[in-house]
Design a protein around this ligand. Structure first.
Ligand code: ZN
Length: 395
């Protein structure tokens, strides 16, 4: 399982929001494995204490001090053959179809279907076969022996018999990643969800189905709290897990004992936006430098219109030279100085001193158009009014 932190995993904090949790249900002995095993193996299934806690902050429920990772891995490895096989037993078909219907009810959260879809924990591939029928290009990964047969049905390099890791698939590759009954097995669901972001295209979707613990609590369902399930989601905690991991447009529906969710990766990754910011500042600096050269060679007077936060940024980050003063319509600012700049703030009447060819820089993004309108009469007198966005240019 990805993200399993191994021995020493003692959690008294929530594995979604990291705040303290409170234990509400504990039992001294509960079988580590809960499905039938052959008679000769029954002695190998230990019974261990189980302890369930809840988080008042994000409404999540989780196992406190779950069994050691190696013990759970042994369970998965030894007894996997008795795991559920939808294709062979026919049980679970309706559940898979209902989940698909949920996805199709929200086409606004599925960009350009059918595209490339990956199911993590695809088991015998029944859900992939439903997507395949709808012409999705399907990929799967799961260490289960049931997954081996899918290599014959689909391109063998699209099926990986392993736990998921983001390095197994290209960056920004999938339009849809499906997780059905996987997140509840993980000690750190947010870590897995955050990894999946890497493999999703911008605005790509994640489709999640997990048990609905609110249903368990409401009905006192006997078998739901077990060693294999480390996380138990409510609508609130699933939403917070998805949002924390970078997803948006989150839809969650309660379908009795299950939660269905469909959410999207942001259109532009914040890392990309950060790079764009540096480029955009560089653009502003370079364009202004070219104008400044012209002003210097032609000996023009330059005023900045707007004595607020934008001008402080402009003077401290982008340009400093050649400005005769600042202009602002607010009488409260007249005669004062902006921090880091030694030129006075004048009322708009000061602009009457300007001669044709002198320059007024409009220093605001939000009020740029309004300020330009108020300066029309100066343009008519041959004074140059320079806007900064989206490019530096005279109006
Ligand atoms: Zn929490």
């Amino acid at each position: 399982m990805p993200g399993r932190s191994g021995e020493g995993f003692v959690n008294s904090t929530c594995n979604i929001c990291r705040r303290p949790v409170e234990i509400f249900y504990a039992q001294e002995k509960y079988p580590l494995y809960v499905r039938p095993v052959p008679a000769e193996l029954i002695e190998q299934v230990p019974s261990l204490p189980i302890c369930i806690a809840f988080c008042r902050s994000c409404h999540h429920i989780l196992q406190v001090n779950p069994p050691d990772e190696s013990l759970l891995e042994k369970v998965y490895a030894s007894f996997y053959s008795s795991y559920h096989n939808t294709t062979r037993t026919g049980i679970g078909i309706r559940q898979a179809q209902q989940f698909l219907e949920f996805l199709l009810r929200h086409p606004q959260n599925l960009k350009n279907p059918p595209g490339k879809a990956l199911e993590i924990g695809c088991s015998d591939g029944y859900f992939l076969s439903l997507l395949d029928e709808l012409k999705w290009e399907v990929y799967g990964c799961d260490p289960s022996p049931l997954t081996e047969g899918l290599k014959k049905t689909y391109d063998s390099d699209k099926i990986k018999r392993t736990f998921y890791a983001q390095k197994y698939f290209p960056q920004e590759y999938f339009d849809l990643v499906v997780l059905r009954h996987l997140l509840e097995h993980l000690p750190d669901p947010v870590e897995l969800l955050s990894q999946i972001i890497y493999n999703l295209r911008p605005e790509g979707s994640i489709a999640v189905e997990v048990p609905n613990v609110s249903h368990t609590l409401q009905h006192g369902v006997a078998g739901d709290f077990c060693h294999e399930h480390l996380s138990y989601f409510t609508v609130q905690s699933l939403s917070i897990a998805l949002r924390t991991s970078g997803f948006q447009n989150i839809i969650i529906e309660e379908e009795g004992p299950f939660l269905y969710s469909l959410a999207q990766k942001a259109k532009t990754d914040v890392g990309v936006q950060v790079e764009l910011f540096a480029q955009a500042m560089e653009r502003l600096r370079n364009e202004l430098a070219a104008f400044q050269q012209e002003w210097e060679s032609e000996n023009r007077r330059v005023f900045i219109y707007g004595a607020g936060g934008h001008t402080t940024g402009l003077l401290n980050r982008v340009m400093k030279e050649q400005v005769s003063g600042l202009i602002d319509g607010d009488p409260g600012k007249w005669g004062k100085y902006l921090p880091g700049f030694d030129k006075e703030v004048f009322p708009p009447g000061k602009l009457d001193e300007l001669k044709p060819g002198d320059v007024i820089i409009v220093s605001s993004r939000v009020f740029q158009d309004e300020i330009v309108e108020s300066l029309r009469k100066y343009v008519e007198r041959g004074i140059k009014v320079l806007i900064l966005y989206p490019n530096c240019q005279y109006i």
